[in-house]
Design a protein around this ligand. Structure first.
Ligand code: FAD
Ligand code: FO1
Length: 454
């Protein structure tokens, strides 16, 4: 096996044995919505080339995806429109199916007599359930390829990691071997058949987009825009990342998380570009720490902790301390709709919430403060968790993501953190407040910038 084949193979695993059909190889795309730098598509093409089969990409559109609203769909659908246009000259088919995968794929694949099915990896519950159900009803082999993590989630660790310091040595051991350039998909020489349920995906998406009550996406969606944004960050902002990223008044973060969330940008491509840049290592490392260690730690958490969005998913010390402070009096209590409307007594929190609603994103440093105040101003940690998850998923363009579940569990439930000095309500969970923010950045300047925004 050559290096390319090894690289492709070691990111895959077989979920179902099955009997190979005579039809095309099908890639059910979900988390990694791109053509470039997609190991799952490369895997599917390699399989189709060896077996002299056509190649088809299928996307199952679920109109009630948990937590998703129109701005998210708009961003995703515009990306898919670009994707299907780029697949055509490669002679790779694209089908958009309007139903959840475990319902529609078995019949669809049977009609095609599909040779094999491959999907991208995702640790979230909904995907794990779909795959389990699919696995029990498919006659053909079913594979999974991790093309979101640089080192497959099941390779980097076989257990839930305690914190970044336990995952980091594992990353460091394997990264040099896994972090490489990624080959390109080729023109596919074998025809894919006209398939059942072959609605014209382009027309269908255009029609859906016309129904969208939201205007154009604030951030330009799609693979081409993602690549442009990554290059812009690399050339103009990376050098100042470590000094400016924790200041919400500076535009110091990369802003790439929506592209990463919808899979329009490959984390490996981004990490590769950063690692190849001529900037000194001490400039590149803080960014790679977030992009590789922290991000892969989130996938590790959601993959090995089935209760990643529940109180039960918090570490034992955190559950114990939160339980001990469960009945502490709260000075302020707000309902979900009061939080949603940014109607608390604290101007900074209200500005954060307004920022989130206006721009679909909240600065990384403020996300921590924002979630911790929800813990302080609700009756119990379960309610706090529910409110934070609901608002983050509903309003963040990059929400509904393992990073969000891990970030909120860190803020409210001490996941990947340690015990701090004990205080009311929080117990030993790390505390944050406005005074701390004032020591870090110009809080009034931030508030003004949000309320002055048109
Ligand atoms: P940059 O600072 O430029 O970092 C580059 C990339 O590294 C990010 O895009 C992301 O993939 C990764 N990264 C950075 N910080 C973290 C982190 N703390 N944990 C895991 N990966 C990280 N991230 C999301 O992608 N979606 C969410 O819904 C989300 N919700 C969060 C909620 C809370 C309460 C907290 C505390 C954090 C949350 N994060 C979330 C993690 C982090 O804040 C964002 O990834 C980051 O702010 C995104 O902006 P950026 O791409 O400009 O980040
Ligand atoms: N995945 C799908 O396979 N089909 C969908 O219709 C779909 C909608 C969707 C909407 C918003 C959003 O944030 C994610 C959505 N996803 C969808 C899933 C996404 O691709 C990611 O896999 C997970 O959210 C994160 O791992």
């Amino acid at each position: 096996m050559n290096r390319r084949n090894i690289d492709i193979e070691r990111r895959s695993r077989r979920l179902v044995e099955g009997r190979r059909g005579e039809g095309p190889v099908v890639y059910w795309m979900s988390r990694d919505q791109r053509i470039a730098d997609n190991w799952a598509l490369l895997w599917a093409q390699q399989e189709a080339l060896v077996r002299r089969k056509g190649l088809l990409v299928v996307f199952c559109l679920i109109t009630d995806y948990p937590g998703a609203t129109w701005p998210h769909y708009r961003f995703m659908l515009e990306g898919l429109l670009e994707l299907q246009e780029k697949l055509r000259p490669l002679n790779i088919g694209f089908r958009l199916l309007e139903q959840s995968p475990e319902e529609i794929l078995p019949g669809f694949l049977q009609q095609l007599d599909a040779h094999a099915l491959v999907s991208d990896f995702d640790p979230l519950r909904i995907k794990q359930q779909w795959k389990k159900q699919l696995g029990s009803s498919l006659p053909m082999p079913f594979y999974e390829v991790d093309t979101h993590n640089i080192i497959p989630a099941w390779t980097i660790s076989n257990k839930k990691e305690y914190a970044a310091y336990t995952l980091r040595p594992k990353v460091n051991r394997l990264l040099a071997d896994y972090l490489s350039d990624i080959p390109a998909v080729q023109y596919h020489p074998f025809e894919h058949p006209a398939s059942p349920a072959a609605v014209d995906a382009g027309n269908f998406i255009e029609k859906l987009l016309k129904q969208s009550p939201t205007g154009k996406s604030r951030l330009q969606p799609g693979e081409a825009a993602a690549e442009g944004a990554a290059r812009n960050f690399l050339h103009n902002k990376l050098q100042d990342y470590s000094s400016s990223r924790n200041n919400p008044c500076l535009d110091g973060q990369s802003g790439l998380s929506p592209y990463l969330h919808f899979g329009q940008l490959s984390p490996q491509r981004l990490a590769w570009m950063v690692s190849q840049s001529e900037l000194p290592a001490d400039i590149k490392e803080p960014y790679l720490e977030e992009l590789v260690v922290r991000r892969e730690l989130s996938d590790n958490f959601c993959y090995y902790e089935p209760a990643y969005d529940c109180f039960a998913g918090f570490p034992e010390w955190a559950r114990k301390t939160l339980d001990q402070h469960r009945y502490d009096p709260r000075e302020h209590l707000y309902s979900l709709s009061e939080f949603e409307a940014g109607g608390t007594h604290e101007k900074l929190w209200n500005a954060c919430q307004r920022d989130l609603l206006q721009s679909g994103k909240l600065h990384g440093y403020l996300r921590m403060y924002w979630a911790k105040k929800i813990l302080e101003w609700t009756s119990d940690p379960e309610t706090a968790l529910h409110y934070a998850l609901t608002l983050n998923d509903r309003y963040s363009l990059d929400g509904r993501d393992p990073n969000g579940y891990a970030g909120i569990a860190w803020s409210i439930g001490g996941v990947h953190d340690r015990a701090w000095r004990e205080r009311a309500v929080f117990g030993k969970i790390r505390y944050m407040n406005e005074a701390g923010c004032r020591r870090k950045f110009d809080v009034d300047g931030y508030i003004r910038s949000v309320f002055d925004k048109k």
